[in-house]
Design a protein around this ligand. Structure first.
Ligand SMILES: [Zn+2]
Length: 325
């Protein structure tokens, strides 16, 4: 078996056991949280199914070698092209292939990446195939945890939920991947909504330090009431991260106000959060959260040219509607 992220191993074992015991399903739907590396799990299941030996995956049969090289002729990918939804023509092409004999005489695999992006016609076309399973053909559907799918798709598939791992497991793994201190690691994980791969990227890109510096400057802005000083520190590629850092800080301040001490995201900046909270009213903190949420929404909806105006407007509101109340 290929190395798997530790949080994926139990699911992998359950799935492969069901196949080994002859009760494997012909269509598996993986509903997965972002940043947990579900692709690795699906890839491993595909490699298991494609191996022609009894100890799967053996790693040395012809099928294993082809799939390891990434060019097994019976492993097919169905995915959005150029970020466009998966169209019915793409599905018809795959259905055609599934109806033919496997080129290597073994199993055929169709990996559907982004199943939530099947158009309605495409989803209906794939349903027809799922309803009449062909021997030795397996569908592995991958979909975002939060995105809805057609109910009929669910009814034809065996669903596997791949959620974020438990904190301790994720932290343990991050410690094997990063030289950062334990405290940094757990903050990175919380900032990344418990998604271990996102947290690793966060650490590797040096975003911890950027975040702290940004929040330091937010403090300066708060003390001096100087939006024009903070404005140039927003970076185009980081802007949504920066807004989220700010929101996490404000949300933690609100938690502090409510006497909630658990699950703070900014535990590394707890003193700053407390100091800020002490100078605000409950209403002010709610208001501040709302203002920054609205900035985020406006930034998503409005083109980049107006980013500065949105930011300046939001920062000014923080001063007039919160800090100076
Ligand atoms: Zn093999």
């Amino acid at each position: 078996m290929a190395t798997l992220y530790p949080w994926l191993t139990p699911t992998y074992q359950q799935i492969t056991q069901s196949f080994s015991q002859g009760r494997g399903h012909h269509a598996l739907l993986f509903k997965a949280e972002m940043g947990v590396g579900v692709e690795q799990l699906i890839d491993a299941v595909a490699k298991f199914l494609i191996c022609t030996e009894s100890e799967k995956p053996c790693g040395h049969c012809h099928a294993c070698q082809l799939s390891q090289a990434g060019n097994h002729p019976d492993v097919h990918l169905l995915a959005p092209i150029d970020n466009k939804d998966i169209g019915v023509d793409q599905v018809r092409e795959i259905n055609e292939i599934v109806n033919q004999y496997a080129q290597q005489g073994g199993n055929k695999i169709v990996w559907v990446q982004g199943a939530e992006r099947l158009t309605e016609a495409a989803a209906n076309a794939i349903l027809k195939t799922l309803e009449e399973p062909r021997p030795n053909s397996y569908f592995l559907l991958q979909a975002d945890l939060a995105s809805p799918l057609m109910a009929t798709i669910y009814s034809r598939c065996q669903m596997w939920l791949v959620n974020v791992p438990e904190t301790a497991l994720a932290e343990q793994w991050l410690q094997t991947q990063s030289n950062e201190k334990t405290e940094e690691i757990s903050t990175a994980l919380r900032i990344s909504y418990q998604r271990p791969l996102s947290a690793l990227t966060f650490l590797q890109q040096g975003l911890m330090e950027k975040r702290r510096e940004f929040l330091r400057q937010f403090w300066v802005f708060y003390v001096r009431r100087s939006p024009l000083e903070l404005l140039p520190l927003f970076e185009k590629e980081l802007i949504f991260h920066q807004i989220d850092w700010l929101l996490a800080f404000l949300t933690d301040a609100l938690k502090d106000k409510l006497g909630v001490q658990e699950n703070w995201i900014c535990q590394d900046l707890a003193r700053g959060v407390q100091q800020f909270n002490q100078k605000q009213t409950m209403l002010g903190l709610l208001q501040a959260n709302q203002i920054v949420q609205n900035m985020r929404l406006d930034l998503i909806q409005i083109n980049a040219v107006n980013q500065e105006i949105i930011l300046l407007d939001g920062l000014t509101k923080l001063i007039t509607e919160v800090f100076e109340q």
